[in-house]
Ligand binder design. Structure first.
Ligand SMILES: [Cu+2]
Length: 215
């Protein structure tokens, strides 16, 4: 939102280049919408005797990917927030990545079991969705039935403009829509393969991610 304010000031100062600035502004808004539409990834590489980066902050709905670079390692949780899943996975030439999607905000600590004594540990922090307002409450968006097989209902109790996309767990976009304005969506999922998907809903700069299953 700061970027938009800066552009607005520029618009007032340079009226003769108004048209050019306007198209730049629209482009910037389009880019913001595009960026907000995707869940982010925190990629943590395991190499030598360290994780890189070994700290980081992400939002709920983002994905953590541990990537093997060399050697033999594990990624093993040592502390997770209450209600979050722990993990213990090998990272080696035959298991080169492990993906973890936090479902609870808080601080997560992990280690590499063989190299813990050499300081091969790390943490990441998962924050609730950015922005202020009621839309960050999980019950504002209902996705049902779950699991679904033919149609998915999305009910949004604050009928604001929103955009959404549906992705696979590894981030492949199944479909996306900008500027929906309704309190209920009916999505045809008959063409979806069985599995777990994420629906990311953006409304006024806030994001909610819900997981659902197709069976
Ligand atoms: Cu290691």
């Amino acid at each position: 939102m700061c970027a938009i304010s800066a552009f607005e000031i520029n618009l007032n100062n340079k009226k003769n280049s108004y048209k050019k600035m306007k198209s730049t502004l629209l482009y910037a808004i389009a880019m913001l919408l595009t960026v907000n539409t995707f869940a982010n990834k925190l990629i943590i590489q395991a190499s030598g005797t360290s994780f890189t980066p070994n700290t980081g902050t992400i939002q709920l709905g983002d994905t953590v990917i541990f990537q093997w670079v060399d050697g033999f390692h594990t990624t093993t949780s040592t502390a997770v927030p209450t209600g979050a899943a722990s993990w213990d996975e090998v990272l080696s030439s035959s298991a080169t990545s492990y993906m973890y999607i936090p479902t609870v905000a808080g601080t997560y600590s992990y280690k590499c079991t063989p190299h813990e004594s050499m300081g091969m540990t790390g943490t990441f922090t998962v924050t609730n969705l950015t922005g202020v307002g009621e839309v960050s409450k999980q019950d504002v968006v209902q996705v049902f039935p779950n699991p679904a097989s033919e149609q998915l209902n999305i009910k949004i109790s604050s009928a604001k403009n929103f955009s959404y996309n549906i992705t696979t767990l590894d981030g492949r976009i199944m479909q996306q829509t900008e500027n929906a304005k309704t309190d209920q969506l009916l999505i045809d999922v008959t063409a979806y393969a069985k599995g777990v998907y994420l629906i990311n809903i953006n409304s006024e700069g806030k994001r909610i991610t819900k997981k659902f299953t197709i069976d």
